[in-house]
Design a protein around this ligand. Sequence first.
Ligand code: XMP
Length: 512
Amino acid sequence: MHELIAVLDYGSQYAQLIARRVRECGVYCEILPHDITAEELSSRQPKAVILSGGPASVLKKGHPGMDPEILRLDVPVLGICYGMQLMAQLIGGDLERGRSGEYGPATIEIDDAGSLFAGLEGRINVWMSHGDQVLALPDGFSVLARTGVCPIAAMGDLDRKLFGVQFHPEVVHTPRGKEIIKNFLFTIAGCSGDWSMSGFIEESISEIRDRVGSARVICGLSGGVDSAVVAALINRAIGEQMTAIFVDNGLLRAGEVEEIRRIFTEEYALNLDVVDARDAFLDDLKGITDPEQKRKKIGNTFINVFYGEARRLGGADFLAQGTLYPDIIESRSAKGGPSATIKSHHNVGGLPKDLKFKLIEPLKELFKDEVRILGRELGLPESLVNRQPFPGPGLGVRILGEVNAQNVAILQEADKRVQEEIQKFDGYKDIWQSFAVLLPVKSVGVMGDERTYANVIAIRAVSSLDGMTADWVKVPYEVLARISTRIINEVKGVNRVVYDISSKPPSTIEWE
Ligand code: XMP
């Protein structure tokens, strides 16, 4: 069993970042609901607990709390922002309501360069984002750092190993934050750092072998990195007992089927089955324009194809898929209730209740960047490991309105030109996703003195760390101009190209 750091989630958008930073230090970390009991928590034997930040105020009724016994478990605790305030409130500190909050960069003066701030002296830059703050220390605590506005920017009780920081050590805008996290993990909590990808591979392989026995596994390959890594991992565990199924649903990018076949036969050999199901998908999508209905239809058709293939292979007990940790935690909210369904990502929420397969989801504890590291360790080619994510429902959610063969062909041709041109741009490696979307409107144009009334293509390019938030990329005008000229001149049926300048939130990355 690994050393575990438990992050209690108070709804901060940074809770995942805390977990990532801890794992980057080689210590396994999980995000747990804030209302977990001390008994449940101690049964997991965490080496330490981190209380995340959160949007609530401890000075308002009904704020999310914690079992106070957790602070008496003799396990080190680090409260971050809201977490610090909550800890202070529970053990007798005094708080004040945001008279003069701090938002953004700040400089802290370190009072005690031991324990949490070992190796850091004088002043360091940090990222603050708080209204409330701790006004008077709980008994046993001392001030570890201060700012002009916040006289208790960090506090600690060295005997009880309870610490609080008002700033966010987990964000990149606190440049030395990782050193603070390392001090907490290694010096204060005594972790040794026993979490690594090679260890993860060995453990997963033996778990998969134990669970599967001599049964057959099918693994849906989507062409993206997650499912490829799952397939490579299971292939290493059970070899020929797994069949990777790549479904040509007619909603793939131009040249995708050939590329996947090439990669998985020439660069990384797998037991691969390419199924041509184009007609089934297009038939099922006839007349459907509602995005959620489309997603559900596509998800169901995938499952039916998998059932068909399982029968053809003489039966399969397991279906493997590339669910990641953010997919799982996105479906829990800080208050413990279900979060709103934004989209039915079909590998998490869209599976039928009576699914005839048992699921294998070996990546369900990993973040995307960890999946990429794992892919490299498993020997997958760089061209695959660095691929942009591609949604399971494919071009189906990039054709707004009805999906039919003609629309798919227009979008594939437009998208191909986006890829060819955008890859020449220096900043391409920093783009998370770039693609074309076919809009359900027509516009008037003029080509060679003739009036046209044709389709509009939108171009989307975003940067992101994990797909949960995203910013539109400031692609140079020359690149956009080349994309537009090529699409309008070369793709029949398109007479206008627009660029999407919206971020997530409030927009999403895909248009449907
Ligand atoms: P949104 O559009 O929700 O997308 O901002 C976030 C990320 O998820 C991808 N995406 C999907 N991936 N199945 C997937 O495997 C899906 O149904 C799905 N829908 C969206 C999207 O491309 C982006 O990277």
